[in-house]
Design a protein around this ligand. Structure first.
Ligand SMILES: Cc1cc2nc3c(=O)[nH]c(=O)nc-3n(C[C@H](O)[C@H](O)[C@H](O)COP(=O)(O)OP(=O)(O)OC[C@H]3O[C@@H](n4cnc5c(N)ncnc54)[C@H](O)[C@@H]3O)c2cc1C
Length: 398
């Protein structure tokens, strides 16, 4: 990457890279490399290892218990972690509910939840979407009715990433029906072990368990676990969406994919010649690499805005579109590179649990599931159509 990091910053990155090299458990490294589904234990183990160096809440200030890294250090730390072969974290605690509690939480909520987020002792998930409320989130129906010092929650949440690995879910619920739908929404922190919570898996096209649907029946949530005032949920959701869409870490994930793609192109042959030397393929690779360099600059600019407490608004939408499109293009190019041999889609083969002999190199076997998984990335965290609507209105004034 052609950015002028200082020698100290690069030394810091090397320190993080060395730590990852020495401490990423080999079984987790293998799973990430082969595209095998990670369990709750895998995520929790790795997140706790990062926490020992205060590298789980990489974006937090020192005053909040984080490592207090500079903008460049945050970027370089994440890059070292991903390029070192580590998995994505279940980051809803450090990236979402943590910042929300820092901004809106009571002193008791901060004392109760923040230390466990930094130490990776509790895993969180995000319960916003419902079967009839996604892009138009203000349509949400899941209701919470006050009963003494508890809310009683009834409704359904869907597409909840990693709820099956999580201890708690920060949730938007409807506490009243107001003429403006946004005004009747409240944010609650729900214990997923509470009576009345049922989590059902949703298996996606890649054959894996990322998503869940939660059925909430008379779930009692203490009023002390309401964030902000009743009816302030929309304000909190908007604050959080800026963080959700910041997506700077996807630059590093993309760079890891690009490296893999280059390795594959160097290995694959077209009429006896290396695919990496085929002009049309090279041009596509270069285009992707150039786009990633531009996205990296954009990500740094965005981290700088966040550090200066400037709202991360339109830039976040642009970055989200760019990094997720790059991710999809990277996987499309891998499919192109693998050609016919990218087609096998055998979970048992990926896991090394099949006796059938394998055709071609290991890397071919995860291409189709990875490709399918990547298709979802232009929907996650607000679809690209919605991001483009935001840009049209706020940036172009249309
Ligand atoms: C990988 C992934 C992870 C996710 N994780 C979570 C999670 O952890 N927690 C959570 O709460 N949710 C999660 N979601 C859900 C996600 O937020 C929603 O899928 C998303 O907001 C879209 O909502 P929807 O699925 O209801 O689609 P819809 O809103 O029904 O949209 C369907 C299609 O219509 C388009 N569309 C809708 N409205 C407009 C409009 N006004 N203008 C133009 N086009 C429009 C959309 O772009 C989309 O293509 C996740 C989704 C994915 C794919």
């Amino acid at each position: 990457m052609d950015m002028n990091f200082t020698a100290d910053e690069l030394a810091f990155q090397k320190k993080v890279a060395d730590f990852v090299e020495a401490n990423l458990p080999p079984d987790i490294r293998t799973k990430v490399d082969r595209g095998i589904e990670l369990t709750r234990d895998d995520f929790a183990r790795w997140m706790r290892i990062l926490s020992t160096q205060n590298l789980a809440a990489v974006n937090w200030d020192k005053k909040d218990g984080g490592p207090g890294l500079s903008i460049a250090q945050k970027f370089l730390a994440e890059e070292a972690i991903f390029l070192g072969g580590a998995p994505r974290m279940v980051h809803f605690g450090t990236r979402m509910v943590g910042p929300v509690l820092l901004a809106f939480g009571t002193p008791e909520q901060k004392a109760r939840y923040l230390p466990k987020i930094i130490a990776s002792e509790e895993i969180w998930c995000q319960g916003y979407s419902e079967p009839q409320a996604g892009s138009d989130l203000a349509q949400l129906q899941c209701s919470a009715k006050l009963d003494g010092d508890h809310y009683v929650v009834n409704g359904v949440k869907i597409w909840t990433s990693y709820a099956h690995c999580a201890d708690r879910m920060f949730t938007l619920v409807r506490t009243s029906k107001e003429p403006k739908k946004q005004d009747g929404i409240t944010c609650l922190l729900i214990d997923l072990k509470a009576p009345g919570v049922e989590i059902r898996p949703i298996i996606t096209l890649d054959g894996k368990h990322h998503f869940n649907q939660e059925f909430l029946t008379d779930v009692r949530v203490p009023v002390a676990d309401r964030v902000g005032e009743e009816g302030e949920g929309w304000k909190i959701a908007k604050f959080l969406l800026g963080h959700e869409r910041s997506n700077a870490s996807y630059v590093s994930i993309n760079k890891r994919n690009l490296k893999k793609l280059k390795d594959i192109a160097a290995d694959q042959r077209v009429d006896g010649a290396r695919l990496a030397d085929e002009p049309a393929f090279r041009a596509k690779l270069s285009e992707l690499e150039i786009d990633l360099q531009a996205a990296a600059t954009m990500a740094m600019r965005q981290l700088a805005s966040a550090a200066a407490d400037k709202p991360v608004g339109q830039e976040a939408s642009i970055l989200k579109i760019r990094v997720m499109d790059a991710l999809k293009r990277g996987h499309e190019l891998m499919m192109e590179a693998g050609a016919y041999y990218a087609q096998p889609f055998e979970q048992a083969q990926i896991r090394g649990e099949s006796n059938a002999s394998q055709i071609g190199p290991d890397y071919l076997y995860r291409m189709t599931p990875d490709y399918f998984e990547s298709r979802a990335m232009s929907i996650a965290g607000g679809s690209h159509e919605i991001q483009k609507d935001i840009l049209a209105k706020r940036a172009l004034g249309l």
